[in-house]
Design a protein around this ligand. Structure first.
Ligand code: DX5
Ligand code: ZN
Length: 222
C-alpha cells in the first residue's frame, strides 16, 4: 500500500501568519503544502501566485515536504516556468483549461517539475484516459473549484474508485489526490476508495489548533 499524505491547502491559512502556520502543519506531520492559484476567470475567485510559492518553499525544503501547486487559471502554459522557478515540486493543471494537454504536461516535465492533471466534478474521467501514463499525479476535485470550506460532493467517492482502477490497470504509480471538503470524518472513506494524497484547507486551518487538526486526520486514518 502506498503511504497516504496530507496536503494542507494554505488557502484557508491566516496569511499574516503564513510562515508560522506552514511550519506548524509540516512539524505536525503533513507531507505536502497545497497552493491554490486562482485567476478570477477560470474560477470566480482570485488568490495567489508564484511569490507565495517562493515564500513557502524554504520551509517545505526544511521538512522535505512537497510543494503542490494547483493551477485554477486559464492558459496555464503562460505561467509554468514562473511556478517552476518559484519552487513548485508538482504542477497540476485542469483538463478544462488545456486544449493541448499533452504538450502542457510535457512542458511541466521539461521544467523539472512533476506533472499533475485534474478535472472538475462534472468532467468525465474519460478525459484523463490518454494522458494518464504521462502523469505523476491525478487529482479528483470533490467540490467545484474556487473556494475553501465547501461540502464534499458524495459521488466523488465512486469517481475516485474508478480512477484508482484506471491507474492500477496501466500499472501507474501516480499519486491519486482528492481536493475539496475533506475532513477527518470522510478521510478514511476517500482513502479506502484509492486516494493517496488528501487536500484539506478549512479542516486544517480552522479552529483553535492547527497541529491538533493534523493529528485528528492521522488518527482518522489509523
Ligand atoms: C478549492 C481548492 C481547495 C480548497 C480546499 O477550489 O482547490 O484546495 O482550498 O478547501 P476545503 O478543504 O476547505 O474544502
Ligand atoms: Zn486545490
Amino acid at each position: 500500500m502506498k503511504p497516504v499524505h496530507l496536503a494542507p491547502s494554505i488557502l484557508s491559512a491566516d496569511f499574516a501568519q503564513l510562515g508560522v502556520q506552514v511550519e506548524e502543519v509540516l512539524a505536525a506531520g503533513a507531507g505536502y503544502v497545497h497552493v491554490d492559484v486562482m485567476d478570477g476567470h477560470f474560477v470566480p475567485n482570485i488568490t495567489i501566485g508564484p511569490l507565495i510559492v517562493a515564500a513557502v518553499k524554504p520551509i517545505a525544503v526544511r521538512f522535505s515536504a512537497v510543494v503542490d501547486v494547483h493551477l485554477m487559471i486559464d492558459k496555464p502554459d503562460r505561467f509554468l516556468a514562473d511556478f517552476a522557478r518559484a519552487g513548485a515540486d508538482v504542477l497540476t493543471v485542469h483538463v478544462e483549461t488545456c486544449p493541448h494537454l499533452h504538450r502542457t504536461v510535457q512542458a511541466i516535465r521539461e521544467l523539472g517539475v512533476r506533472p499533475g492533471v485534474t478535472l472538475n466534478p462534472a468532467t468525465p474521467l474519460s478525459t484523463l484516459e490518454e494522458i494518464l501514463p504521462s502523469l505523476d499525479l491525478a487529482l479528483i476535485m470533490s467540490v467545484n473549484p474556487g473556494f475553501g470550506g465547501q461540502s464534499y460532493i458524495p459521488t466523488s467517492t465512486d469517481k475516485i474508485r474508478r480512477l484508482r482502477a484506471m491507474l492500477d490497470a496501466i500499472g501507474s504509480a501516480a499519486e491519486l489526490e482528492v481536493d475539496g471538503g475533506i475532513k477527518p470524518g470522510n478521510a478514511a472513506e476517500v482513502v479506502a476508495a484509492g486516494a493517496t494524497v488528501l487536500v484539506a484547507g478549512s479542516a486544517i486551518f480552522g479552529g483553535p489548533s492547527i497541529s491538533d487538526n493534523v493529528v485528528a486526520f492521522h488518527n482518522a486514518l489509523n
